[in-house]
Write a protein that binds this ligand. Structure first.
Ligand code: AHR
Length: 508
């Protein structure tokens, strides 16, 4: 058994927990929308065709915001196709995913769904095949209360109240050669600036996100952000980051350390943004919108043959996650929380069926993937302030990231209650963790007579088979279970190998 120690001290405050850290993403891709959130005729569907089982799981997941409608899809999308009477909506080729888009769901239905789910919508505009005017039109349609052609059209389409969408993404992954309308950083930066300037003429209070890099291994990483921000610095609030990780053949230890890349990604983008700000003599700070992140076995998708025709809602990117994927994802959540001072929003990509925590059968069951659990627990228990913790623990060697610590952790502190989120990345060894929580027991005057601190609840997500998955027939195979292997004085808890752990503490 490995030994480790950490100290939790609320004085090591990073920033408040931002609720938008727990966003997700719904793209018109595969079965995310059709047979995902929407399936008229499904036994749980409401009168609008929204699946009740998916809505219930979305609420349980604790999602706060949801990005829409893409993704690569948005770069060829005409939003007008998705509004008005359904029988008049055109079917279109979706070039991004080689599918047919029926446009049964559009912005009005999507916003209604977010209201049912209790979520904030986050909208992306098409800066691939379109530009300033179409972005303004969509903004007018969504946010102007009434009295103009497009706001009155929304009302005529049944949406009396404005959608009041606050956060807008200026395109998607424009640095990627796969993107429809892919641009150089300078071309995109200028278009994003023009679009942002015009959108702010409609509403100066919008929160705008400029496209950053699609991954830290992009050849333009760094220079892309610098150039785009040179053009847009005063006009946007956030720069986006996107990152996907997968286990490379036989390198489980390296995969479990993938958050090392995310840490580096965030720090580099923040430094680049601050450097541009300094050069421009600006005191404004640009934050990060990590609006696509997940485990995604992209290599399997890329090596699969393309579909022969243009199917409607084909099963695409339907990764079935195992325990190790969930632990890696937990570590990515820890990273986002640790950077809450500059990561203003994040979206787990995606929500249903497409690299998603929720899976459905058309006409049938819905269930929680393994990755559902770390997200849901963090969304539920991360409250108050983020507190930095640095475990003193053994490390191990990885081919990709060099030496990495076996434990990765963060805490949150909300007055009386503290929650510690810890991943044990060791592939074989349990870790006995000693927690010095004396600072939590102090009285409000800073004195030491405040009382002892105890573990009120501890759960662990693990499995003897690191590749164990949940299925429709066995949906509870990998699920958090109580961890009773702990004691007090001093506080100690045993964390199994390859595990995600949630430890809740309060004054005795
Ligand atoms: O989430 C799947 C795809 O990944 C998105 O459409 C795109 O933005 C990214 O490359």
């Amino acid at each position: 058994m490995l030994q480790a120690q950490l100290t939790i001290d609320p004085a090591h405050r990073v920033a408040p927990v931002r609720r938008r850290t727990f966003g997700t993403f719904v793209e018109h891709l595969g079965r995310c929308v059709y047979t995902g959130i929407y399936e008229p005729g499904h036994p749980t569907a409401d009168e609008e065709g929204f699946r009740g089982d998916v809505l219930a799981l979305t609420r349980e997941l604790g999602v706060t915001t949801v990005r829409y409608p893409g993704g690569n899809f948005v770069s060829g999308y005409r939003w007008e196709d998705g509004v008005g009477p359904r029988e008049r909506r055109p079917r279109r080729l979706d070039l991004a995913w080689h599918s047919t888009e029926t446009n049964e769901i559009g912005v009005d239905e999507f916003v209604r769904w977010t209201r049912l789910a209790g979520l904030e919508p986050m909208m992306a505009v098409n800066l691939g095949t379109r530009g300033v005017q179409e972005s303004l039109d969509l903004l007018e349609y969504c946010n102007i209360p009434s009295g103009t052609a497009l706001s009155d059209l929304r009302i005529a389409n049944g949406a009396k109240e404005p959608h009041d969408i606050r956060m807008w993404c200026l395109g998607n992954e424009m640095d990627g050669p796969w993107q429809i309308g892919h641009k150089t950083a300078r071309e995109y930066g200028r278009l994003a600036a023009e679009t942002a300037r015009a959108m702010r003429m409609v509403d100066p209070g919008l929160e705008l996100v400029a496209c950053g890099s699609s991954g830290s291994s992009m050849p333009t990483f760094g220079t892309w952000e610098a150039t785009v921000l040179e053009e847009t610095y005063d006009l946007v609030d956030h720069i986006s980051c996107h990152a996907y990780y997968e286990e490379k053949e036989g390198d489980l230890g390296g995969f479990l350390a993938c958050a090392t890349d995310m840490e580096h990604f965030i720090s580099t983008v923040v430094s680049t943004a601050d450097q541009v700000g300094a050069r421009l003599g600006s005191r404004k700070r640009i934050n990060v919108s990590f609006d696509e992140w997940n485990v995604w076995y992209m290599s399997r998708f890329q090596s699969a043959p393309p579909p022969p025709d243009w199917p409607v809602a084909p099963p695409l990117l339907e990764d079935h996650y195992h325990l190790a994927d969930a632990v890696a994802l937990g570590s990515l959540i820890i990273t986002l929380l640790r950077h809450s001072d500059r990561v203003a929003a994040a979206c787990l990509a995606q929500l249903v069926n497409v690299i998603a925590p929720i899976m459905t059968e058309p006409g049938g069951r819905a269930w929680r993937q393994t990755t559902f659990h770390p997200f849901a627990q963090a969304a539920r228990y991360a409250k108050g302030e983020v507190v930095r913790v640095e475990p003193a623990c053994p490390s191990y060697e990885t081919a990709e990231f060099g030496e990495v610590p076996v434990l990765h952790a963060v805490a949150t502190h909300d007055g009386q209650d503290t929650t510690l989120f810890v991943v044990n990345r060791s592939v074989r060894e349990p870790v006995e963790l000693e927690i010095d929580a004396r600072a939590l027991g102090m009285g409000t005057d800073g004195g030491t007579h405040g009382g002892a601190v105890r573990i009120t609840e501890a759960t662990t997500l693990t499995h003897e088979d690191v590749y164990a998955r949940n299925t429709a027939d066995d949906p509870g195979r990998v699920t958090p279970r109580p961890n009773t292997d702990h004691r007090s004085d001093p506080l100690r808890i045993v964390l199994p190998p390859v595990s995600w752990n949630v430890i809740r503490l309060s004054k005795a």
